[in-house]
Design a protein. Structure first.
Length: 195
């Protein structure tokens, strides 16, 4: 490729794809698929319109119009999506049994509905959220010790956090430190610009 390349990404809130397209999120998670085949012919039309747009603001307007047009008339957040938001707000430090109880569901039924709407099991979702929270805290305060980060996020001890890091990223917290700028710093910079 030559010249300037613009990337356009749409990030959905937990449960957003399920609510807009009524497609089980677990069918989309970690899969490669043709958008039109799974989400319908209108996705192909959206892709073509985005490609024809001459400006970033034009692409945003086109995507916004399309997605708002798909929004349900009765716009309330379901119990599962609300639970996923609670996990985000709690930085992943929340018990699945408490979420199920608050949603008025048994644990197994809650886990099935969570996978169906969010795409992964609630416990894994919470672990990923807590992992990302640890990365953001370290990026925001590089002088902070990993032990302090582990305790602030509700890990039993630092080894529990190290175990999660290894399972989710293939490396230890210290090994990931060298890559923080690539993944976390742009997010922190953009958040700072919005304030």
């Amino acid at each position: 490729m030559q010249g300037r390349v613009d990337a356009f990404t749409i990030v959905f809130q937990p449960g957003g794809v399920f609510r807009l397209f009524s497609v089980p999120a677990e069918e989309l998670t970690n899969n490669d698929f043709d958008g039109e085949a799974v989400l319908g012919r209108r996705i192909g039309e959206l892709e073509r319109r985005l490609g024809d747009a001459s400006s970033f603001s034009g692409r945003v307007r086109i995507a916004d119009d399309f997605l708002c047009g798909r929004r349900p008339a009765f716009d309330s957040i379901g119990a599962v999506a609300h639970s996923a938001s609670k996990v985000l707000l709690g930085a992943g430090n929340i018990r699945v049994s408490d979420l199920a109880y608050a949603a008025g569901l048994g644990i197994r039924q809650f886990e099935r509905r969570f996978r169906h709407e969010i795409g992964i099991a609630p416990k894994l979702y919470a672990r990923i959220v807590r992992f990302e929270a640890a990365l953001r805290r370290r990026a925001a305060a590089p002088e902070m010790q990993w032990t302090d980060i582990a305790h602030s996020l509700g890990y039993h001890d630092q080894m529990h956090m190290v175990h999660d890091f290894n399972r989710l990223s293939g490396g230890s917290p210290t090994a990931i430190c060298g890559q923080l700028d690539m993944f976390v710093q742009p997010e922190l910079r953009s958040a700072g610009q919005q304030q």
